[in-house]
Unconditional design. Sequence first.
Length: 243
Amino acid sequence: MFRPVADVVLTAPYRKPRLIWGIGLNYREHAADLSETAPAEEPASFIKGDHTVIGPGEPIPLPWQSRRVTAEAELGLVIGRECRNVAESDAWDHVWGVVPVLDQTAEDILARNPRYLTRSKNFPGFFSFGPAITPTAEVLDRFGDIGRVEVATVCNGRLHRRNTVAAMMFSPAELVSFHSQVMPLYAGDIISTGTPGAVHIRPGDLAECRIVGIGTLGNPVVDGGPDPLRTRADGLAPGGDGE
């Protein structure tokens, strides 16, 4: 028996992707936001753990270690079958579908040293995806060309930045091909293709990724709480007042 979508609560499509590849600075405008130069010859990438995964409507907790966390709307590629050393022309044969993503960054940590990229990207709640994966065939039928897909970063209902996939430095097919030459990609792996713009988020905000024709993903932002080691040292229970 089928249930109407309005009657169900959608969460992350799955919780344990084997591998999440994130792509940095894949739009020139976003590179300019960070006073960085966009890579010209090879994509800049990093890996995220599955402990970062949340789904639609789940809170993004801001870690006590950071004073500036940003949310980044991105188009995610879900690998459908194993690929290794594939050509760009064959890349889409290995992508099952696409999905809205919100990728979070502790920008102040990253600004201290670019080698802190992994740390700045891997706090719990720093990777949201969903609510649904749209099969590749439907995307291509709907748009004709993946380059026409438009990704928008939105905060509290206000558009922060948007751009089309065609404006990426490295196309989705290039990203699949390139990373399949680094290591095998397996079914369920996700490549998050980069953001047109990152927005500074604070407790009480609602961060969204909007991709027309694909879906809208939204997550509320909450305070992640105090430093648990400091509160213990002060004789306080985390979140308590010591009384």
